[in-house]
Design a protein around this ligand. Sequence first.
Ligand code: CAA
Length: 386
Amino acid sequence: MLNGWPIINDEAKTMLMDQVRAFAQKEIAPKAKEFDETGHFPTDLIKQLGEMGLMGMMVEEKFGGAGMDTVSYAMALEEIASACASTAVIMSVNNSLVCGPLSAFGSDEQKEKFLKPLAQGKKLGCFALSEPGHGSDPAGLKCSVTKVEGGYRLNGSKNWITNGKEADFAIVFATLDKNLGHKGICAFVVDTKAAGYQVAKLEDKLGITASSTAALFFDDVFIPQIGLLGKEGQGFKIALHTLDGGRIGIASQALGIAKCALSASKNFASEREQFGAPISKLQAIQFFIADMATRLQGARLLTWAAANCKDNDLKYTKEAAMAKLAASEAAMWIATKAIQVHGGYGYTKEYVVERNFRDAKITEIYEGTSEIQRLVIAAQELAELK
Ligand code: CAA
């Protein structure tokens, strides 16, 4: 599949992809339907992903990671998502939204204490930015901290937090001074076992049901000084910088969902007979397959291009937003067409495309809706005029 790609033609990456694909198809795909139906959090699989170096892929080896690049991460995540979108988002949040900011902004002491076990897959993390009244617009968030001897006290609530139930550490954004707007926001690493830290509610969701999505409540939670990530007031920029990387992860998750839907459609179309022949012989179905494959490849190329920019220390805010926008909308479109190819069968839970359809939707919403991605892309495009 890599032949002819302008960006990637690398034997090590091909091998990684093959290995992760083999693992995902053997160990994850057969269990994904049950995970989806029962909402079972795949604890054992996440442990295995940790042992394979997939929970802290871009973290330096000295801090417990695999020391790989973002392109490799995108490829691996696509393979995991192709088997199970829930497992993929658990992996994506830990890698991009938790290990990411700790790697970029953490001190060596914080990396040793928090990053190492997270990257090794011994601990799990979540990213707590969104609030009931602040989803797309986090600059006005209400969670607050006050300074006390030895650290801070945290109060408030957070919403829609992936891994919120199982996380050992949470990256929490809270304001030290509301009057300063986004410049008052700080980022903290919070131990979820701390007194006053509560998982208030678990969401009952349309898709990615085997990952948890929680509301969190903080009642005077003490955060020792070592929990402050970066500098006071730097939190909003840490959040947006982190989300740039996160969007490459969600784009990769969307690619995996789309790949699964396309593959199922090709198989089904080759076997299902109507009018005396497999429906793959019908031009209407061939057009669907052609458009699905083209949208998938286009989105994949954008995703790998964004990852490649990140790996080469180039700006990638716009590229990551384009990748997420293209991949998530491609996934939703491809999953919709996949059901159409399957006809009535595709509308039943017996076929994987029904799950693909439900799982694809969230990729257009979390880590910035498609509308937010368009705002980010337009802002960057227009800034280039100046
Ligand atoms: N990286 C670093 N800094 C950035 C940045 C970036 N990508 N983009 C902007 N900034 C900086 C700006 O330079 C500016 O700094 P100064 O004031 O010093 O000049 C500051 O941040 C504010 O910038 P804006 O005025 O552009 O910010 P804004 O308030 O208008 O917001 C936005 C911009 C793009 C709409 C942003 O709020 C955004 O991305 N919203 C979506 C949030 C989101 O994705 N939420 C998902 C939460 S995570 C999740 O989904 C849960 C999960 O568990 C999966």
